[in-house]
Design a protein around this ligand. Structure first.
Ligand code: SAH
Ligand code: SF4
Length: 350
């Protein structure tokens, strides 16, 4: 069986090149071509002689995501459906904004955490993605878009809970920053709040931005919306955030999906102010993106604005994330990645 070079770590590549009797520096060269220059095949590595490429191609290959579908929303948001080597599929969403181009990538196929408002959660977990499958979403989209468009920001907010696939996600973050040269501060990892892994993150991963999906201001409501809260309740989660090492002027982003009649009252807004006291934070209010399989409703615009106003009055930075890509189910919580394409990362893209 041929070896997939993209899946190897630096160490593994170093022992791989020994096989055909190549010097160590070839490992670094291969990594540079695969991740830095985004080569899709051994043959594209033109720095190697034709003979060497032929020799390597006999024993190895470079895997690539297989584009199955590409949809563009009226607002310019694009959703990519990619097939993996084992026939599973994942989605990535590209969100253009005034001066940034954000790619939202998936970390798992499905998700085991079962949040009530999230379509990915309804799927359950199918499997974890390997680190190269996580990074490959960036490589594939970069190659698919026009060369003058450059991805400026990466968010791990697609399908899956990144911290439930900790080792592969950490490895992917190293590849994205070290091998692809992506700026750490332009990468955001979003979690539903797996406390022990939040604590481990600064020790193991490059210092990327942290986002917490908070979505409630009391344990009762959060338990109902996000079962993970029963294991790591609000106090434990927020104490962990308070201790999270941040760079100067760094802040933790708190995502708050607003659902009519569940967590959208002025009392909730005041509760949120209290909870986030003494945490350098900013809040992203995400009006719930409805889907026929989920019973919740989106609050009125006025309700969302009133909520935001209370936060702003309390000196908390709070943005309302306009929902993007809803017509193609690319918004927050809408990513589901079926071959039939009823997708679900789009429900999360506000
Ligand atoms: N599992 C991680 C990352 C993926 S979810 C997490 O939960 O943080 C990314 C974001 O989409 C989360 O903030 C989640 O609260 C939000 N989201 C999920 N379903 C949504 C929906 N239907 N409408 C709006 N936002 C949603
Ligand atoms: Fe999983 Fe995040 Fe969806 Fe919750 S919101 S089910 S953690 S993907």
């Amino acid at each position: 069986m041929k070896i997939n070079l993209k899946a190897l770590s630096k160490k593994e590549l170093e022992s791989f090149v020994k096989g055909p009797g190549l010097p160590q520096y070839r490992a670094k060269q291969l990594l540079h071509w695969i991740y830095g220059k985004k080569a899709e095949s051994v043959d594209e590595i033109t720095e190697l002689s034709k003979e060497l490429r032929a020799k390597l191609s006999e024993i190895s290959y470079i895997s690539n995501l297989n584009l199955l579908n590409r949809q563009t929303s009226r607002d310019g948001t694009e959703k990519f459906l990619f097939g993996l080597e084992d026939g599973e599929s994942i989605e990535s969403v590209l969100i253009p904004d005034v001066n940034r181009l954000t790619l939202c990538i998936s970390s798992q196929i499905g998700c085991a955490l079962g949040c009530r408002f999230c379509l990915t959660g309804k799927l359950g977990l199918k499997r974890n993605l390997k680190s190269h499958e996580i990074v490959d979403q960036i490589i594939a989209v970069s190659r698919l878009i026009e060369p003058e468009r450059k991805i400026t920001n990466i968010v791990l907010m697609g399908m899956g809970e990144p911290l439930a696939n900790f080792d592969e996600v950490v490895d992917a973050l190293w590849r994205i920053t070290e091998l692809m040269g992506f700026t750490k501060r332009r990468i955001t990892l979003s979690t539903a709040g797996i406390v022990p892994k939040i604590l481990e993150l600064p020790q193991k991963a490059p210092p990327v931005n942290l986002a917490i999906s908070l979505n409630a201001t009391t344990d009762a409501v959060r338990n109902y919306l996000m079962p993970i809260n029963k294991k790591y309740p609000l106090k434990v989660l927020l104490d962990t955030c308070r201790k999270f090492p941040l760079p100067p002027r760094g802040r933790i982003t708190f995502e708050y999906v607003m659902i009519e009649g569940i967590n959208d009252t002025p009392e909730d807004a005041k509760g949120l102010l209290k909870l986030l006291r003494r945490i350098p934070s900013k809040v992203n209010l995400i009006p719930f993106n409805p889907h026929e399989d989920i019973e919740f409703k989106r609050p009125s615009d006025k309700r969302v604005l009133d909520f935001q106003r209370i936060l702003l009055k309390g000196n908390l930075t709070a943005f309302i994330r306009k929902s993007k890509g809803q017509d193609i189910l690319a918004a927050c919580g809408q990513l589901k990645a079926k071959y039939t394409l009823t997708s679900n990362v789009l429900s999360r893209y506000p």
